[in-house]
Design a protein around this ligand. Structure first.
Ligand code: WQD
Length: 377
């Protein structure tokens, strides 16, 4: 008889209904090695995303799927405010001590601009929630942690492409909340080097959607980010006659800001690789100079694209004839955030092979199939 398969490892994904979280959940489900638990406060996401995730995962199961395989395709979801210790504890109590193998913490508020208006909201939801989560994890012997960080921690980087050794210096409460959380996690790993293992992943600019078009980016209200805004314009959800380009006087090839866009499915795969790097037999921490089992990695393609290049790529993908109007710079924007992806490639085996054309094609496929996003459900 075939060797009985390893029992599923239960993994908690915070923000599991969100844009990044849902693509991570699906990537975990597709391995059939994990039992995924999602917690979300639905502040910027919809429960319908989880229903779609299960649909995709169950449709991919073989006819004679085992109960364990069926289990891997059914996400446990909880509505949970991570700033509320009692609610976080209730989730862990459901699975008991050691019941959750690891946590991928994606849930956070993420608007640079909004964070300058309501800093306390950002520090509460992004920093206090992380402390509360780590405390509860420790209590339940769950000590494997993948943290969603951001290229924003580099502020205006001194060199491009940006290596992880770059000094951290954020200018917005959002970026500072990411640096604070990374520092907190590192201190925890310093305090208990034989217990905790943690990896922070510094995202550059995720874009696109799962090729099925069943899940995708669906921010509540008007999108702040460039690509979802361009998709909303093309589908008629935003009536702006022109795209406002926030400045074309930057020291970049065409004067508009350069960013490192990577496909959200490649980004999600990076989380799976990071999770696997936390396993006991992993060599990732062998190169650590100090005893703490903590590392940070960039997740990017290492290829910068300007605002105007993105608009052109979306014009080609959607057939929509975007008009642009150059206006003043947006506060908090920096000229260029392009990753040096070498460390994640070398140590995690991370790759972001999908190109901009594929990102735009998959984004448009999602948006055309769901003109009103999940909201229609
Ligand atoms: C991209 C470029 C804008 C809208 C942000 C966060 C970052 C991360 C990803 C969480 C910029 C320009 C945009 C528009 C424009 N979030 N733009 N007109 O700012 O690189 O990153 O989202 O981790 O932390 O800062 O992404 O898509 O907002 O902007 O000209 O209407 O498009 O100026 O140069 P950004 P973005």
């Amino acid at each position: 008889a075939a060797a009985s398969p390893e029992p599923l490892k239960r993994v908690l994904v915070t923000g599991g209904a969100g844009y990044i979280g849902s693509h991570i959940v699906l990537t975990l489900q597709e391995t059939r090695k994990y039992k995924v638990v999602s917690v979300d406060n639905y502040h910027n996401s919809f429960p319908a995303a989880l229903t779609r995730l299960n649909e995709i995962a169950q449709a991919a199961l073989p006819e004679n799927a085992t109960n364990q395989e069926k289990d891997s395709a059914a996400v446990d979801s909880h509505t949970c405010d991570l700033t509320n210790p009692a609610q976080v504890r209730a989730v862990f109590e459901k699975y008991g001590k050691g019941g959750i193998w690891g946590v991928i913490h994606v849930a956070a508020y993420k608007s640079v601009g909004e964070s300058t208006e309501v800093p306390l909201t950002y520090y509460l939801n992004n920093v206090s929630a992380t402390v509360c989560l780590l405390q509860t994890m420790s209590e339940f012997d769950c000590v494997r942690f993948v943290y969603s960080s951001s290229a924003t921690v580099y502020g205006t980087p001194p060199i491009i492409p940006i290596p992880e050794s770059t000094r951290l210096k954020a200018d917005s409460p959002y970026g500072k909340s990411k640096i604070m959380s990374e520092t907190i996690i590192q201190d925890l790993c310093q305090a208990e080097p034989d217990r905790w293992r943690a990896i922070s992943l510094r995202y550059f600019n995720p874009a696109g959607a799962h090729p099925s078009g069943l899940i995708g980016e669906d921010p509540r209200g008007r999108p702040g980010n460039l690509l979802p805004l361009l998709a909303h314009m093309a589908v008629g959800r935003v009536k702006d006659p022109k795209l406002r380009v926030f400045g074309d006087d930057y020291p970049t090839p065409d004067g508009t800001c350069v960013r490192d866009y990577l496909h959200v499915m490649d980004l999600a795969k990076g989380h799976l690789l990071a999770l696997e790097a936390l396993a006991p037999d992993s060599k990732v921490f062998d190169s650590c100079s100090d005893p703490a089992r903590y590392k940070a990695y960039n997740l990017g393609k290492g290829k910068g694209m300007s605002v105007l290049q993105i608009v052109e790529a979306m014009r080609n993908a959607t057939g929509y004839d975007y008009k642009c109007e150059v206006v003043g710079r947006r506060r908090g924007d920096v000229p260029d955030l392009t990753a040096d992806p070498a460390l994640a490639e070398a140590e995690l085996g991370f790759k972001a092979p999908q190109n901009l054309e594929t990102m735009c094609r998959d984004l448009w496929n999602w948006q055309q199939k769901n003109p009103d996003g999940y909201g229609a459900e």
